[in-house]
Design a protein around this ligand. Sequence first.
Ligand SMILES: Cc1cc2nc3c(=O)[nH]c(=O)nc-3n(C[C@H](O)[C@H](O)[C@H](O)COP(=O)(O)O)c2cc1C
Length: 224
Amino acid sequence: MKITAVVGSPRGMRSRTRRVVNFVLAGAKDAGAEVDLIDLADLQVTPCTACESCSLDGTCVFADDLPAAYDRMRDADGLVLASPVYVDNVSGQMKVFIDRLADAMRYQNFAGKYGCSVATTEVSGGDAVVGYLNHVLNYLGVTTVRGMSVTPGNDPEALDRAEPAARELGRRLVLAVRDRPRYPDQEAGMAENRQYFAGIVRANRDWRTDEYERWVREGWIGEE
Ligand SMILES: Cc1cc2nc3c(=O)[nH]c(=O)nc-3n(C[C@H](O)[C@H](O)[C@H](O)COP(=O)(O)O)c2cc1C
């Protein structure tokens, strides 16, 4: 079992978000998972230009670091999305990354995985960012085991204090991948999303036949 985290801070090794995520991954590792960390500070990811090329065959016109990160996420059983709070939202780096996953969302390429989210903030906005990242995971077809936000402010020990809860989150994610608990509140929203995306999959079936057939096999679309 593999858990892959994506950290959206530009601060690399100095990132507080990365530190909390490392605790989450340590908890996942202790629970038996192999772990992987994708740090957006190390990657070049070009913003989506809405050229719609990906709607033809799923590939992007930009040959940057996104496809390799995408493959690592696709290979995982559990996903962690993490971002610092920037003006009450995710960082620009994280938002650019999320936008580039639009085709994976439409085709529900991550469906069946479990996930959770992490945010750190100076004063406020952490819970809203965790909520947003979990919403993105649901869009991707990923069921979440919730998440956590940490507000270290000027307290240098706040991150250390967050370690037990972060490790527990990692453990909870591993157990969810193993036991596949159901979350009816999320299932309803995700079914609604799939109904919307089904219209796109159906409309594109002549040139995205493999994906269309996968959707039919999954029972997400009625065979016509
Ligand atoms: C551009 C920018 C915007 C920020 N906006 C907020 C904010 O709206 N609310 C807040 O409480 N902290 C804000 N912060 C502080 C960061 O969220 C906080 O320091 C976070 O822990 C940094 O995480 P990192 O070390 O992983 O990059 C902002 C920081 C930056 C650089």
